[in-house]
Design a protein around this ligand. Structure first.
Ligand code: GLU
Length: 439
């Protein structure tokens, strides 16, 4: 038996920057095609000449490339007007559509030759792969307009003809297109084209359960790229808006997503776009990266740090961020002291009810221990100091140490700081603090 190849398409209109919710359709169409060894097509629906802009088309191409959703073919709807017109003419010739001279509604008195589809008002039934049987009484649609003139076919006929000519077998698109489907089925039947399978994806909702929009926090995909998010994380996040393969695992690469994708597991209900989840998913994808890639990524933001220091600091940095872009601010608040010796603030170094001389004494003892310590890991340093700290009061010992080294009331633990700074710098900072405490 010859089974025809599965073909899906993503058919955006380049009339604005698409937000992340819009790309969710592309992710699903891609996953479905690839899962079935099929083809994924990009079709730019640019028939609205006034509103369509090249820059938006470019942004779509750039976004898909960045996400790694490579398409097998690309079409521009406007380049197929001849074909749309040919089929429009066929409908007219077959008596299934007719030219209707009508006065323009703008009151200008201009007579236009619209093309209307001859609709006999049948009930259209189709089996949606996600939502099951959908039945529509098309009587109320009347003889709907399918072209502004014989040379200006409109959206519905263009979509039907393109899907046919491009061999699209499965139409995955947002559920906001459900009202269009009966019209498109009527046109398709009138032209005698085979029936594709429809799968209408649940709307993407913002956290307040209203329709997702840019204002509600869904940004163009390229904005997430510019903010430092990882494409693999954005993909993973989008794939889970309205879909879950089941099981505990939530972090997937694109190949793994394709592997587990199952159209019957797409939800019917509105799917929520949750920004916190996005941060979490991104952090998990950062953790999946190799140390080399992580290092390169943080180097870009932390240019002033010596490389060997960054290597030691890497796990701490990764722990503190959910997105490399966070480093633009986090670096200043959390890590600068590693490369900039703190100004000693005597008041702050002294722990609660303790005093300067006790703080100084403890720092000197700790210095003695550190001079003999193994600096190969934060843990080995902890072992060298902890016994003394427990004996003399953890606050009394560790607070002055951390303050002397970092100058910050909040920072990573003192063992990690010692490890990252290295013994020489640690000794200098402790000496500086003691000098101030003793004077
Ligand atoms: N161009 C339409 C849109 O951007 C999609 C049409 C379709 O998927 O059939 O909403």
């Amino acid at each position: 038996m010859v089974t025809s190849k599965i073909v899906t398409r993503f058919a955006p209109s380049p009339t604005g920057l698409l937000h992340m919710g819009n790309y969710r359709t592309a992710v699903f169409a891609y996953m479905f095609a690839k899962k079935n060894g099929g083809k994924f097509i990009l079709r730019i629906e640019d028939t609205d000449r006034e509103r369509s802009k090249k820059e938006y088309e470019d942004n779509i191409v750039e976004s898909l490339e960045w996400l790694g959703l490579s398409y097998d073919e690309k079409y521009r709807q406007s380049e197929h007007v001849e074909s749309h017109t040919k089929y429009l003419q066929k409908l007219i010739n077959d008596g299934k559509a007719y030219i209707s001279k009508e006065e323009a509604k703008d009151g200008s008195g201009v007579i236009r030759e619209l093309v209307r589809f001859k609709n006999n008002g049948q009930t259209v039934i189709f089996e949606d792969a996600i939502r099951g049987k959908i039945e529509t009484d098309t009587k109320d649609l009347g003889d709907f307009v399918i072209a502004k003139s014989i040379s200006e076919p409109l959206f519905h006929i263009a979509v039907v003809v393109d899907d046919y000519e491009e061999g699209v077998t499965h139409i995955l698109r947002g559920e906001d297109h459900i009202p269009n489907t009966p019209r498109q089925i009527l046109i398709r039947e009138a032209l005698g084209f085979p029936q594709p399978i429809y799968a209408h994806l649940p709307l993407v909702l913002s956290e307040d359960r209203t329709k997702l929009s840019k204002r509600k926090g869904a940004l163009p995909v390229t904005d997430y790229r510019d903010m430092g998010y990882l494409p693999s994380a954005i993909l993973n996040f989008m794939a889970f808006i309205g879909f879950n393969p089941g099981g505990e695992k939530e972090i997937f690469t694109l190949d793994e997503l394709v592997e587990v994708f199952d159209i019957t597991k797409i939800h019917k209900g509105g799917a929520i776009f949750n920004k916190e989840k996005l941060s979490w998913v991104n952090k998990e994808h950062i953790k999946l990266q190799s140390v080399d890639v992580q290092l390169k990524s943080i180097e870009r933001h932390m240019k002033d740090y010596p490389e060997d220091m960054l290597k030691k600091l890497l796990p701490t940095v990764i722990e503190k961020i959910s997105n490399y872009g966070d480093l633009a601010t986090v670096d200043n608040t959390e890590f600068r002291f590693f490369i900039k010796r703190p100004v000693v603030d005597v008041e702050k170094i002294v722990w609660k009810n303790s005093n300067k001389s006790e703080a100084s004494q403890n720092l000197k003892s700790v210095k003695g221990l550190l001079l003999k310590a193994d600096f190969s890991s934060p843990d080995s340093l902890k072992q060298s100091i902890m016994e003394y700290a427990e004996k003399n009061g953890k606050g009394n010992v560790l607070w002055p140490l951390r303050m002397a080294l970092s100058g910050q009331e909040k920072s990573v633990d003192p063992f990690t700081i010692c490890y990252v700074l290295g013994v020489e710098e640690v000794v200098i900072r402790i000496d500086n603090a003691c000098q101030s405490l003793d004077s």
